[in-house]
Design a protein around this ligand. Sequence first.
Ligand SMILES: [Zn+2]
Length: 80
Amino acid sequence: MKICIACGMPMNKKEDYAMGDESKNYCKYCMREDGTMQSYEEKLKGMTEFIVRTQGIDRNVANKTARKMMDKLPAWEDLK
Ligand SMILES: [Zn+2]
């Protein structure tokens, strides 16, 4: 089992991987339509929207929360 480098989700099943490809290090939620990994900005936007939707908190707060979560993940280490 691997953990998605872009969002931290554990990938337990083959279907959890991008394109169902277990050699990939990111999950299906972090890929674009064409199977490549989303950029930091794309993922940040997606995560912010997810937090707003699931927790119903203010967009600015959600954005900060998403940033904090992403700061811990290896995919974005180079951006620090
Ligand atoms: Zn992911």
